[in-house]
Design a protein around this ligand. Sequence first.
Ligand SMILES: *[C@@H]1O[C@H](CO)[C@@H](O)[C@H](O)[C@H]1NC(C)=O
Ligand SMILES: *[C@@H]1O[C@H](CO)[C@@H](O)[C@H](O)[C@H]1NC(C)=O
Ligand SMILES: *[C@@H]1O[C@H](CO)[C@@H](O)[C@H](O)[C@H]1NC(C)=O
Ligand SMILES: *[C@@H]1O[C@H](CO)[C@@H](O)[C@H](O)[C@H]1NC(C)=O
Ligand SMILES: *[C@@H]1O[C@H](CO)[C@@H](O)[C@H](O)[C@H]1NC(C)=O
Length: 375
Amino acid sequence: MEEGKDPNVNPVRTNQSRVLPLRLLRFMLVLVVIGIVLSIVSVRMNKSLGIRNIVTRTLPCFDEPVSLQSLIRPPSNYLHSMNDSELLWRASLVPQIKEYPFKRIPKIAFMFLTRGPLPMSPLWEKFFDGNEGLYSIYVHSLPNYQPNFTTSSVFFGRQIPCQMVEWGRMSMCDAERRLLANALLDISNEWFVLLSEACIPLHNFSIIYRYISRSRYSFMGAIDELGPYGRGRYNPNMLPEVNISQWRKGSQWFETNRDLAIDIIKDTKFYPKFEQFCRPACYVDEHYFPTMLTIQSPNLLANRSLTYVDWSRGGAHPATFGKNDINKNFFKKILEDQTCIYNNQPTSVCFLFARKFAPSALDALLQHSSDFFGF
Ligand SMILES: *[C@@H]1O[C@H](CO)[C@@H](O)[C@H](O)[C@H]1NC(C)=O
Ligand SMILES: *[C@@H]1O[C@H](CO)[C@@H](O)[C@H](O)[C@H]1NC(C)=O
Ligand SMILES: *[C@@H]1O[C@H](CO)[C@@H](O)[C@H](O)[C@H]1NC(C)=O
Ligand SMILES: *[C@@H]1O[C@H](CO)[C@@H](O)[C@H](O)[C@H]1NC(C)=O
Ligand SMILES: *[C@@H]1O[C@H](CO)[C@@H](O)[C@H](O)[C@H]1NC(C)=O
């Protein structure tokens, strides 16, 4: 009996079931041929390009799961290709869960704003020695300066991408914001200290770390100074963002905690007003951050700087100390003959850093550092 005529069998289905294995076989054959051709081609290419070993060596990386530690590890190289808008945006990212799911040891970021060399670096090296893990270092110099620290130096590779700075102008605040933003990229940095090449530490690391980490306030100088060099620099065009009674003046050399550092780098409200209406003889680095933070967070400010400077000699620049100024009495005056408020209590420890020191002072400072400063 012919199959097609069987009333129980669907003729179309019968046809298909006969044809299918043939098609399948042909299809598989094509696949096998393509496979062989592809593998021959790829082996040849790998051999000719010499990438066979690289491919097998890099494979395990793809298998390794990403850990939190690898995502938050600070960069080993400070160089990056972000421009300022990109950098400030990246640095403004803030975790919304306040409790860290890992042991976070808070660090102090020491940010050096310099023209070129750091003549006091040997003293700082001595100061930092033995305190690894509790500090980070960032250096912003003029763009044409090439630092020449040896690989064993704590300053080696600590240079961030820099731009031109004109003293007393907004480009100075831009450099400070650039330092803060780079330092904010390391999630462990909790306090941020701005220093110059003429600054020295006045105490050993443990004293400075304890003083800063236990303070309820950030050390931003901010005073309401009457007269031409204070309120006299205020420009009413800054209204409504800043009025005359909110105008503040302070030393450029500050210390802030992480929250205030983020407030500084994320600001877009005050920046245009200061850029436009605080130009010499209004020195923007003495007014922008103190005024803005006084308006936004007055209760977080100590309103004084941690950096000693001597204006008593008069003139446009503070005194610079050289070899002949360095003696026990000089530092006794800075370290003991002072009173100020620390966490709402009077204290004689008012300054942790001092400026300005000439390179000629270095040898005497190094020689007597344990006597003067306890390190
Ligand atoms: C940074 O680069 C972005 C993208 O190219 C650009 O939109 C932005 O204006 C740049 N910012 C600065 C400050 O150059
Ligand atoms: C680095 O350069 C400065 C001059 O800019 C020089 O005084 C110093 O000795 C150099 N240091 C090293 C380690 O080469
Ligand atoms: C400045 O602004 C503050 C806050 O808005 C206000 O309390 C103060 O009275 C203003 N001062 C002047 C002189 O306008
Ligand atoms: C700093 O000054 C602001 C006003 O400008 C004030 O509210 C604040 O209490 C002062 N800080 C301290 C620690 O006294
Ligand atoms: C730091 O200085 C203080 C006071 O001078 C001293 O008691 C302490 O032992 C010093 N710490 C270190 C680690 O040298």
